[in-house]
Design a protein around this ligand. Structure first.
Ligand SMILES: CC1=C(/C=C/C(C)=C/C=C/C(C)=C/C=C/C=C(C)/C=C/C=O)C(C)(C)CCC1
Ligand SMILES: [Fe+2]
Length: 567
């Protein structure tokens, strides 16, 4: 995925003589913004939602939710009361990161992902004897006002007992959970040689923080890095290194998978041409020109042993595709072999999707422009890949190894052993994209009960895309393919965050995996419809409570984290 900010940053790296050291970005004090400002004057836009039944585009104005949040002098946390019943046990904070400013000092950034971070939170707590009190607290930009910065605008995750905002450069910024004040700027590359990092780390059951980042050079590698449960960066270590199949053209990746024993990495056809990237200052090429989709290569799943860091020799290939985010993954032992189930959101057509979310497109007055930009983008699927991590006894060439799982896993996904020892995968679709309930552009932003990360599971929550922004929440039973949908006209719900009921002690016990709620922050394209937090019963996707703010013009944001009140 080409995000011009990331690439520009990357380009800055290349311009330094020493690849080991990324330039430090000066930390400036964070700026605070409040919800209640009037939205700045902007272009009116439209977004196409192609309707399956007619095949005709439907226009939905979304420019309202990609407008810069105006800067304010002071913050005013707002107390609001939820309508409905917020479960007694639910106490904590849902934090959201995303982009809030694209128009900076007379310039507008090119790409949606290049804008400055905008963080906000909803704190759910017992207040003044009333249960249904929510404090909507302030939000702020985490980086300074320069373009193409370490604007940590993608996700927020805990490391040890601190919370950090993160993007895909190596810089992360501490955020005070109470005040949202931006704290220390840290950089992974101050501790080790990496040049990128994902904004989608995993947290191990013991509290250790696990992430992946690339180191570019003669021996370009995709590294797995770990910080211990105390969050001590001095003890940060590389636990595994996947050598890039083509060091001159390593893969882009947005996230990775983790079973209880293995790290799963998808090397995609979306590649970075290192030579083009390094010579940009001479050729004047745009960063995006150094990214390309290599139609000659497959997508490959690479696997590392979590304990030893060994890269497993098995070669797993499938048709070229990209997946930003993944569902859960887990292992099954059979016939002396180990199989892995990994759910993903593949897209076979977007080819990196570099151009798709250009600000110009999102703010376009012309429906035709947006249609044109997205016409080749295809749709995102929800698919299951099942493959051996360790070959079973007596595996034979030409055999669909997944057949051995009969009785343990029902799947139509295949994994055929080839003569050269590699395994070729065909996916199993977990949803039917022709179903009107999914939406024209498919399914993305998968979330699940993270207490079951790396273990067998049944429920995946995510967004359906009737437009190029998510317009519904979908719950899929990945075993039975049963589906539930929550949707409301003109509302764009964020990725659905599952919060487990405090009473659950064993999430894999019958009926317990989805014993909890779904939290989602909803914004609207309608000027007079304020943002709200929706609380859904995770079992039924029915509304339990709705906490409506007074804020209109809240931009759509990317990722969320829920932290319980005792964090
Ligand atoms: C790609 C297509 C679609 C949507 C995919 C989605 C929603 C992907 C979301 C990716 C995100 C949130 C990435 C964020 C990255 C931000 C970065 C790297 C920021 C860097 C800043 O410096 C559909 C619309 C579903 C279908 C067509 C294809
Ligand atoms: Fe993401």
């Amino acid at each position: 995925m080409t995000f011009s900010g990331k690439l520009q940053k990357f380009n800055q790296v290349q311009q330094t003589s020493d690849l080991k050291h990324l330039p430090m970005v000066t930390q400036r004090s964070a700026r605070a913004f409040t919800f209640t400002q009037t939205v700045r004057c902007c272009n009116k836009g439209t977004i196409i939602a192609k309707q399956k039944e007619t095949g005709m585009p439907a226009t939905v104005p979304v420019s309202e939710i990609v407008q810069s949040v105006p800067e304010l002098e002071e913050e005013q946390p707002t107390k609001i009361t939820g309508l409905g019943t917020i479960p007694e046990w639910l106490e904590g904070t849902i934090l959201r990161n995303g982009v809030g400013q694209w128009d900076l000092g007379g310039e507008t950034v090119c790409h949606w992902f290049d804008g400055h971070a905008f963080i906000h939170k909803f704190e759910i707590k017992n207040g003044s004897g009333t249960r249904d009190i929510i404090v909507v607290s302030r939000k702020q930009i985490v980086s300074d006002k320069r373009l193409f910065n370490d604007n940590c605008n993608v996700n927020l995750m805990p490391i040890g007992d601190k919370v950090f905002a993160m993007t895909e450069t190596t810089a992360i910024r501490e955020v005070d959970l109470k005040t949202l004040e931006t704290g220390e700027r840290l950089a992974y590359n101050d501790y080790m040689t990496i040049h990128t990092a994902t904004a989608h780390p995993h947290i191990l059951p013991g509290g250790e923080f696990l992430n992946m980042g690339s180191s570019f050079g003669k021996e370009t590698c995709y590294n797995v890095i770990q910080v211990d449960s105390t969050g001590d960066f001095d003890k940060m270590k590389v636990v595994a290194k996947f050598p890039a199949t083509n060091p001159k053209c390593p893969s882009y990746y947005h996230s990775f998978g983790l079973t209880r024993d293995h790290i799963l990495f998808l090397e995609m056809p979306y590649r970075i041409n290192m030579l083009k990237m390094l010579t940009r200052k001479f050729t004047n090429a745009a960063p995006a020109e150094a990214m390309f989709y290599d139609k000659q290569v497959h997508s490959s799943i690479r696997i590392a042993d979590l304990k030893t860091g060994d890269i497993l020799p098995i070669k797993i290939n499938t048709e070229g595709m990209g997946s930003f985010h993944f569902g859960n993954s887990y292992e099954i032992e059979v016939d002396g072999g180990i199989f892995c189930v990994w759910d993903a959101c593949p897209n076979y057509k977007a080819q990196g999707a570099a151009h798709l979310f250009n600000i110009e497109t999102l703010r376009s007055r012309s429906a035709a422009d947006i249609d044109e930009a997205f016409k080749e983008a295809g749709e995102n699927e929800l698919a299951r890949f099942v493959f051996p991590i360790k070959l079973p006894r007596d595996a034979t060439v030409g055999e669909d190894l997944n057949k051995r799982l009969a009785g343990k896993l029902q799947t139509t996904a295949s994994a055929v052993l080839k003569e050269d020892g590699s395994v070729w995968l065909e996916k199993e679709l977990l949803i039917d994209n022709s179903d009107e309930k999914i939406g024209f552009y498919g399914f993305e932003f998968p979330r699940y009960n993270y207490a079951l990360n790396g273990l067998p599971y049944s429920y995946l929550y995510g967004n359906g895309f009737g437009t190029i922004l998510p317009d519904r929440i979908i719950k899929v039973n990945v075993n039975t393919k049963d589906m539930k949908v929550w949707q409301e006209k003109d509302i764009f719900p964020s990725e659905p965050v599952f919060v487990q009921n405090k009473s659950v002690t064993d999430p894999s016990a019958p009926g317990e995996e989805d014993n909890g709620v779904i939290l989602s922050i909803c914004v609207s394209t309608k000027k007079d419809v304020p943002a709200f937090l929706i609380i859904l019963d995770a079992k039924t996707l029915t509304e339990l409570a709705r906490c409506t703010t007074t804020v209109t013009g809240l931009p759509y944001g990317f990722h969320h984290t829920f932290l319980p009140s005792d964090f």
